[in-house]
Write a protein that binds this ligand. Sequence first.
Ligand SMILES: Nc1ncnc2c1ncn2[C@@H]1O[C@H](COP(=O)(O)OP(=O)(O)OP(=O)(O)O)[C@@H](O)[C@H]1O
Ligand SMILES: [Mg+2]
Length: 332
Amino acid sequence: MTAIAFEHVRKEYPDGTVAVADLSLEVREHELLALVGPSGCGKSTTLRMANRLVEPTSGRILLGGEDVTHVDAVALRRRIGYVIQNVGLFPHRTVEQNVATVPRLLGWDRNRTRTRVGELLELMGLEPGRYAKRYPHELSGGERQRVGVARGLATDPPVLLMDEPFGAVDPVGRRRLQAEFRRIHSEIGTTVMLVTHDVDEAVQLADRVAVFSRGGHLEQLDDPVRVLTAPASDAVADLVGRDAATRLLGLGTVERTDLREIALGEDLPTDRATVRVGGSLSEAFSAVAESRSGAVPVLDGDRTVGVLDGAGVLRALRRIVDDGVPERSAAL
Ligand SMILES: Nc1ncnc2c1ncn2[C@@H]1O[C@H](COP(=O)(O)OP(=O)(O)OP(=O)(O)O)[C@@H](O)[C@H]1O
Ligand SMILES: [Mg+2]
């Protein structure tokens, strides 16, 4: 099912800038679609046209099959969650009041609103007892961003638009937030359109990646592995190519079938084993590369179940290339 469809959409700003020339794009129900591309290529414009913060010059936008190009824009925005970088939290309202913005507009009663706000804060790892009554200036950048995401999710909108939602967070916090958001997304099944210029973020989070070039031109729309291993154009290759191998490793996990048996007399530091079945392939690869023997023992639970070496890493990589990222095929 298609959640959002752009049909020959064009946006020309009053000064003549053609931000998006002629975009046709379908976002599937329940998927997380990431829009990536260089600065100024039309990503935010595209996103903002979906909830009519920006009016398209021509073309049609369908939401769940309904043409929303002419419906009431304010009503439309209440049906679509929207999370933007840095902006948007009301400074003179508490965390609780910020998250409750849309429920209030929709006339939810007090109890339902309070319950929902509590749930969302918990979901975002912000203990309500500590955070509900604080004001935005009493939060860290990352916490503010979580509140922004909670607010976007407040009414369980079928569609969530996110523009650089994790931008203000330091790299470590950012990876954590991303992982958390991926988990949340797989639980709630909201259709998400996420704009980022961080290719790592796009391939880590997305079911599919849309690579844009100037003028809202769609260079490639594909799953993350395909974008990394089979860039459709020079523009895509320029964007993803340099660190493609590292990024690919970042998508993989270590599985039992990647391992070999411990050889007779092989001396491995099993007492210091850190690589686990189901663990990150990029971390496993680093461990292999740093090991003196070129091989590391691998744990499943607390049992050593085999050895990962260079050949095993290649097997794991081959699997991602052939089959894609397993936990993300659910939405497709
Ligand atoms: N209100 C406006 N009036 C005129 N031109 C605009 C307006 N908003 C955006 N633009 C132009 O439209 C083009 C696309 O802008 P947009 O904000 O969609 O880019 P972006 O891909 O989100 O970039 P970034 O990664 O820097 O956020 C740019 O050339 C920009 O200067
Ligand atoms: Mg932008």
